[in-house]
Design a protein around this ligand. Structure first.
Ligand SMILES: *Cc1c(COP(=O)(O)O)cnc(C)c1O
Length: 390
């Protein structure tokens, strides 16, 4: 019998049951990893019927469909397309909806490569781009134009961690006929469902907590109804697809996301609270902390926090921050996050802000808290912060 869990079942229950259609898995627990380009048909009639379940490797395989169905279920979407990276999921969502002559509103706190995509590709294609302060809320109405087609949100924002009022922004966008695209990578569908908050599209970098092991790149775009149809048309037309081994790994990662996230959440809150009390630290940027200006929105719109947050050093330069980071022994120095291991970057390095410069007394350090013992991570930070002398 096919195992299914109703949409009323708990999230952990649905995570176990989803993406396991018996027609795909047969007697096995997991779907097979199907390596395929060509799909063979039984007859010419079937080949041209337009009704075959599989038609060509790029258009879906059992492995890819199982992952897409699982992500769609977790996002409360009607469907999900898979892209080769989170960045390609961002570009897919926007390019599926915006055309030459349209206007797009992006938060100043957007993931930086998303900004680069907008400033280079979108503008070259005749799409007008405006940045807004992430905490704008319903005052976004003042920036809406007759040709505004997409309002993008990322809550909390990259590096500076501002929460955004997605319901208020969606209400403004919808009264003016625009679509809302939300980057849900930080909270993941386990702690936040942007489509239920009013967004039309939810984008994930599955590279982060879905994969969870720093060994694959992938993005997902989830939506409902007409918006989903537009996304499927664009995704198919430009030829986007993902590799079967990566899809298998992403589905395997998804099975454990809830238990991993709980550990990331608890450890990150413990480290963040410890940092808040340190003299070397001016401010901790983590919406799960009561001191954070985004805490009320975070409490209203999400059911948890993940392992990524930032803190502001109490003065000094990026050279001072570099001395702290170079002294870390347990934290890797590297881009990305969402794997089992802890990472650190200088969050303020190369930070581009055009309308909302961060309110920071010193350099910003971004941490990803992995699955190590949090007390070991705190001890590592303590010895590293001893190198800060600003
Ligand atoms: C990493 C990241 C992305 C891009 O994902 P890739 O898989 O690295 O392309 C998008 N949004 C956010 C918030 C990210 O942190």
């Amino acid at each position: 019998m096919t195992k299914t869990a109703s949409r009323d079942a708990g999230r952990a229950t649905r995570l176990v049951a989803t993406g396991r259609d018996k027609a795909i898995t047969g007697p096995f627990v997991n779907p097979p990893t199907v390596h395929a380009s060509t799909v063979l048909f039984d007859s010419v009639a079937e080949m041209y019927s337009g009704e075959a379940r599989y038609t060509y490797g790029r258009r879906g395989t059992p492995t890819i469909n199982a992952l897409g169905e699982a992500i769609a279920e977790m996002e409360n979407a009607e469907g999900t397309v898979l892209c080769p990276s989170g960045l390609s999921a961002i570009s897919t969502a926007i390019l599926a909806l915006a055309s030459a002559g349209d206007h797009v509103l992006l938060p100043d706190s957007i993931y930086h490569p998303g900004r680069h995509f907008a400033d280079t590709v979108l503008t070259r294609m005749g799409v007008e781009v405006t940045y807004y302060a992430p905490t704008i809320g319903e005052a976004l109405a003042e920036l809406m134009q007759a040709n505004t087609r997409v309002v993008y949100v990322e809550s909390p924002g990259s590096n500076t961690m501002e929460m955004q009022d997605i319901p208020a922004i969606a209400a403004v966008a919808h009264t003016r006929g625009a679509f809302v695209v939300a980057d849900n990578t930080w909270a993941t569908p386990i702690y936040s469902r942007p489509l239920d908050l009013g967004a039309d599209v939810a984008v994930l970098s599955a590279t982060k907590y879905i994969g969870g092991h720093s060994d694959l790149m992938m993005g997902t775009v989830s939506a409902r109804g007409e918006v989903l149809s537009a996304i499927r048309r664009y995704h198919g037309a430009v030829g986007l697809c993902v590799a079967p081994d990566d899809a298998f790994l992403a589905l395997r990662g998804l099975r454990t996301i809830e238990v991993r996230l709980a550990r990331h959440r608890d450890s990150a809150l413990k480290v963040a609270a410890w940092l808040e009390a340190r003299p070397e630290v001016a401010r901790v940027l983590h919406p799960g902390l009561e001191s954070d200006p985004g805490h009320a929105l975070w409490q209203r719109d999400t059911s948890g926090s993940s392992g990524l947050f930032s803190f502001v050093l109490n003065g000094g330069t990026e050279d001072d921050a570099a001395r702290v980071l170079d002294a870390l022994k347990l934290f890797g120095l590297g881009y990305s996050w969402g794997g089992f291991e802890s990472l650190a970057t200088i969050g303020s390095h190369g930070l581009t802000r055009v309308v909302s410069p961060p309110d920071a007394a010193g350099p910003i350090i971004r941490l990803h808290i992995g699955l190590e013992d949090p007390d070991d991570l705190i001890a590592d930070l303590e010895q590293a912060l001893a190198n800060w002398t600003a």
